[in-house]
Design a binder for this molecule. Structure first.
Ligand code: FES
Length: 106
């Protein structure tokens, strides 16, 4: 497992990730989508496991699920579990917001 750090302070991370806006970042060889929802920041693979649609064009609902823009499958952002649809689970990555920035464990 690798640890990446985004930003240099909590404030910088909060400015980078406005509520419910999905951003794509490059971390080493991997692209990762990030989104802030309430007190939590989620990180997940950028393409839908169903037919590879770009999840940065998806939406977050009130249950912290991402809804794919193409066929509206839903995935739990905490666990990656597919909640509606028939495909594998979404890959999700643990994050930790610290005073030195956002740590992402991949
Ligand atoms: S490509 Fe995402 S639900 Fe089909």
């Amino acid at each position: 497992m690798k640890t990446f750090t985004l930003g240099q302070s909590r404030k910088q991370v909060e400015e980078m990730l406005p509520e419910a806006q999905i951003k794509t970042v490059q971390l080493g060889a991997k692209k990762v989508c990030m989104v802030k929802s309430g007190q939590e920041i989620f990180a997940f693979e950028p393409q839908c496991p169903h037919r590879m649609a770009a999840l940065n064009e998806g939406k977050i609902n009130g249950f912290n699920e991402i809804i794919c823009p193409l066929h509206e499958y839903r995935f739990d952002l905490e666990t990656g579990q597919v909640k509606s649809g028939d495909c594998r689970d979404l890959e999700v990555y643990k994050t930790e917001l610290t005073e030195q920035g956002l740590k992402i464990f991949i």
